[in-house]
Design a protein around this ligand. Sequence first.
Ligand SMILES: Nc1ncnc2c1ncn2[C@@H]1O[C@H](COP(=O)(O)OP(=O)(O)O)[C@@H](O)[C@H]1O
Ligand SMILES: [Mg+2]
Length: 234
Amino acid sequence: MSKIIELRNVSKIYRMGEVSIDAVKNASFYINEGELAVILGASGAGKSTVLNLLGGMDYVTKGEIIVEKEAINKYSERKMTAYRREKIGFIFQFYNLVMNLTAKENVEFAADFKADHLDASEVLAQVGLSERLRNFPSQLSGGEQQRVAIARAVAKNPLLLLCDEPTGALDYETGKQVLKLLSEVNKKYKKTVVIITHNSAFADLGDRVIRMRSGEIESATKNSKKKTVEEIEW
Ligand SMILES: Nc1ncnc2c1ncn2[C@@H]1O[C@H](COP(=O)(O)OP(=O)(O)O)[C@@H](O)[C@H]1O
Ligand SMILES: [Mg+2]
């Protein structure tokens, strides 16, 4: 298996006037192609910062981020925009759907940027929403909205699916369904999936587990006893 993502001594410092915050400190780890990786850490550990750097939403202060053998930290803003559009599917805690577009339109809207996108209705059917194509987000439950958001990210057919606390706003059972869906997407579409969470039970789901504490990588290990969503509890 080849490395699809590698962080090499990455630091991110946010400067605000006199104050500077070391959000990520000298972080190094890699993720192999096709893996489901879990980044685990308490609130404030620097997880979202790492994911945003990986997703090309922000630039490193120091270090290198290699994606498919290219140092994305050297990209111009223009190239970074193309990288985000073409290679990244993002899934957020609060879904971030466009409220005045239907489920299907939300998915199409994001996928349209890419020539090799998947069919919106088909992907929505795969996440169990074939009956809800014409519904607006306000007519869907939280779990359903998150499924639309997952369909939106998948339909783009991106290289990487980056998920920031994807179950954070959902109840237990719905959260489990969303995790199950993400693990199916990982297998079925052979997509590299990165899930960040503060929930240590999720670690067992990962092929690779990266633990963060106070901006540092505490450990990054391959998980030899991966569990299914049904086998974990929290
Ligand atoms: N845009 C920003 N400007 C200033 N500080 C930030 C910004 N984003 C995050 N931080 C700070 O960086 C640290 C790490 O935050 P974050 O990556 O969001 O952690 P996590 O996702 O693990 O909760 C926190 O102290 C947070 O307040
Ligand atoms: Mg966060």
